[in-house]
Design a protein around this ligand. Structure first.
Ligand code: ATP
Length: 741
């Protein structure tokens, strides 16, 4: 390490009085023992500095050498005079070393500890071992965590939420003793089934099994794969296919959506009648409802779905993203609904066969709706098309089914990891042969910003890439929307602007649903969330994840390194929350119940192994749900040479969201934070078009000047190749002529 830069400091780690002492062979034993210098180590002296309150900033042990230097001769720490880059590491300790490993874990998570005893103390309790202390701090997983999770959930007496939690545990948590979990929770899970004394036990067991099986089916699993009681013959005869079909037929039809038909605007009405007539006559066809953000695509889908379901048609409502799926009645992600393989390959097939329940459901359904289609890779549509043709024994596109795709090509395109612009364009459905069979239907009236025409036109110019650009594709942001950049201060101004009275108000669903900060990058979103949580009232609860790498026999990846790993689809190692704070789900736990990747919720109650929350948006708004910790893997991350398993609650705070996650939502008060500009097609457009009027949108952009021009500017990225392939302008004319004729 000699002469390396930055310098590397190795920090001693030892149990009380178990440190190494160096002495000469001629030294007497009593001298060695009585020499005070021999009792001093880097760790004990770190404690001493903390005791003397010199470490008033509360540095961790591993941060300490950045501010203090170690003098080996005097065995003392001294404040650094000059700032210098230093990397400090504690010696690594294998978990098999027991107490020393747990001591190290505590030192990595507790700031400025004053002694070993301090590390062993939580509140007024002095723990006998570092292990129990670490357990108490929530740094170690308890053996019975799933049982305590279910036990805590039972106390809320919400049987439906408990059944969903039990199934989530089966699906994601690999429980070792399923039957014991079942036995312990059976009564609580069926509390609401027992409506009269005549309902018999066999019926209740089977009803519960059926309900659990229905949730499992969404994930291509079944109760037969778990150690659960067998379903009786009578219930088994209700086959999965008939259950799938019955479920669709029994979906409630919203009267609001039914009545909304009368308020459709002219183009919406034209498309509504074209599609519903097609379904009524049993015709096939591929439609694409294209419309800029806010033109009422979702509003129209809901009217179509309600009308067809009311007439006893089966309509499979799906979407490319979880959040868009939760906005549709009975919506599911296309991935789960059609069992689309991950990763997708050019020749992939979906994971259902000719004799599957899915095949029977497809036979029966009158239409398939697929929202946010431009976000999905063309190989996904091609796999679904191939599978439908196969199981329905026909060579017609999508097996001759009526497909209604929708979305906006001005918005976020498919994600291609490290992809070039041409790879991203090439991933779009517009470059698939399927696109040739598509009939485009366009909407053009912004119903979201209907009362702010100038804003609506500005948005469209941004989306189409026709807003005048200055150097490097920079476009002007109207002064009324701008918060001038002034570092951290201006971030607080932005937060106060969007979340007015955040520190004092008792906030409602509407408050959270109508407000969000947006930013392109995850790290900036995390920064905003942290700042918001800081000013949000209430006591903070912290959950640490348990991180591991499979088969890491030689401890190549120490805990503190794994804890620093962050990925867009992973919760943080240190998850800080407060009651009443908004959060976002990071996995599709139970889409049919509104628990999708991207669903927004509000925290209500925290236990060690359970979070109780309420759904904030979409069809299931207000529904209580339980969330367990689940092991999450960072599969598919090409930047990492190992597969990390992080056991954590699958959530993040959601005062702030990435722009990509906000797509599809109407958010009245939008705060756009751009410490760096947007990086892909459609992002600026998606962010700004969440709002309903320019008066409620605030933009904070760094480096936003254009030489020679006054005002604030930011980059807008539009891949015009995608838009020209859709040929939107030409098509608008086509639609107008159809209407006029
Ligand atoms: N015909 C209509 N009458 C009244 N309100 C409407 C109508 N059409 C749409 N809206 C309202 O306009 C807003 C935007 O509609 P919607 O979310 O359906 O647009 P979208 O095209 O799906 O937007 P995005 O592309 O951003 O997802 C919603 O609040 C919706 O209720």
């Amino acid at each position: 390490m000699y002469q390396t830069y930055p310098s590397v400091v190795r920090l001693q780690i030892h149990l009380p009085d178990r440190h190494q002492v160096h002495f000469r062979s001629t030294d007497s034993l009593s001298n060695i023992l009585t020499n005070e210098r021999n009792s001093r180590t880097m760790l004990t002296e770190f404690f001493n500095i903390n005791n003397s309150n010199q470490n008033h900033r509360g540095y961790f042990y591993t941060d300490f050498p950045k501010h203090y230097t170690w003098n080996t001769n005097s065995k003392t720490w001294h404040k650094r005079r000059r700032r210098q880059k230093v990397v400090a590491r504690m010696y690594s300790v294998h978990p098999s070393e027991g107490e020393r490993f747990y001591l190290r874990l505590l030192l990595n998570h507790i700031r400025a500890p004053r002694s070993f005893q301090h590390l062993l103390t939580t509140g007024t309790t002095l723990h006998p071992t570092f292990k129990t202390s670490a357990e108490h701090y929530g740094l170690l997983e308890q053996d019975n965590s799933l049982h305590t999770c279910m036990r805590d959930a039972r106390s809320f007496q919400m049987p439906a939420a408990l059944r969903s939690l039990f199934t989530t545990i089966l699906l994601f948590c690999n429980p070792t003793n399923v039957r014991e979990l079942w036995n312990d929770n059976y009564s609580a899970m069926t509390e609401d089934y027992v409506t009269s004394s005549s309902v018999n036990h066999v019926y209740i067991v089977n009803k519960l099994l059926r309900e659990i099986d229905n949730i499992l089916q969404q994930h291509s699993k079944s109760i037969t794969q778990f150690d659960l009681p067998q379903m009786s013959q009578q219930f088994q005869n209700i086959t999965t296919s008939s259950t799938l079909i019955a479920e669709e037929l029994l979906l409630p039809v919203s009267t609001i959506d039914l009545h909304s038909v009368s308020s459709l605007n002219e183009r919406q009405s034209y498309i509504f009648h074209t599609i519903t007539e097609c379904a009524r006559q049993g015709n096939d066809g591929m439609f694409f409802i294209d419309g800029p953000a806010g033109t009422g695509k979702t509003f129209l889908y809901k009217a179509i779905i309600a009308h067809l379901r009311h007439a006893s048609h089966i309509v499979l409502a799906t979407a490319s993203s979880g959040i868009a799926a939760t906005l549709l009645p009975g919506g599911n992600t296309a991935h789960l609904r059609f069992k689309i393989p991950i990763p997708i390959e050019p020749g992939s097939y979906c994971k259902f066969g000719k004799t599957s329940a899915m095949q029977e459901l497809l036979q029966q359904c009158s239409a398939i709706l697929w929202d946010e289609a431009p976000m999905s890779h063309k190989h996904i549509f091609e796999a679904v098309d191939r599978s439908f043709r196969d199981v329905l024994d026909t060579n017609l596109p999508f097996g001759g089914k009526l497909i209604i795709m929708g979305g906006d090509f001005r918005q976020i395109p498919p994600v291609v990891l490290n992809g070039t612009v041409s790879q991203i364009i090439n991933a779009s459905i517009v470059t698939s042969p399927l696109w040739l069979s598509v009939r485009l239907l366009s909407l053009n009236e912004n119903m979201r910003a209907v009362n702010d025409q100038a804003f609506s036109e500005y948005l469209l110019r941004i989306g189409n890439g026709t807003e005048p650009t200055y150097a490097d594709g920079m476009i002007h942001i109207p002064t009324s929307m701008v918060i001038p950049w002034d570092g951290d201060n201006s971030v607080s101004v932005l937060i106060n602007n969007i979340f007015s009275n955040i520190s004092s108000t008792t906030t409602t669903y509407d408050y959270w649903e109508n407000r969000a900060l947006l930013s392109p990058l995850n790290e900036d979103v995390a920064y905003l969330n942290e700042k918001c949580l800081h000013v949000f009232p209430g006591e903070e609860t912290v959950y640490y994840s348990f991180d591991s790498v499979d088969d890491d026999k030689f401890n190549l990846y120490p805990q503190e390194f794994l804890n620093t790993v962050s990925a867009s689809n992973m919760p943080p190692h240190k998850l800080s929350l407060k009651k009443g704070a908004p959060i976002m789900l990071l996995r599709n736990l139970n889409p049919l119940s509104g628990l999708c990747n991207g669903s927004r919720l509000i925290c209500r109650h925290f236990s060690k192994n359970l979070i109780e929350a309420e759904i904030l948006t979409g069809q299931h708004k207000g529904k209580p749900v339980f969330l367990p910790r689940i092991p999450l893997k960072n599969t598919g991350d090409q930047h990492m040479p190992f597969e990390l398993t992080r056991k954590q609650f699958p959530i993040r705070l959601s005062f702030a969201l990435t722009i990509n996650k906000s797509q599809g939502q109407t958010i009245q008060h939008v705060g756009l934070y751009l410490p760096s500009p947007v990086f892909t097609h459609g992002q600026l457009y998606v962010a700004l078009s969440r709002g309903i009027t320019s008066a409620n949108i605030k933009v904070l952009a760094k480096n936003s000047a254009v030489p020679g021009h006054s005002g604030t500017y930011t980059q807008n990225i539009v891949y015009k190749d995608i838009l020209s392939k859709v040929n939107i302008e030409v098509h608008l004319l086509f639609c107008t002529s159809l209407q006029l004729s």
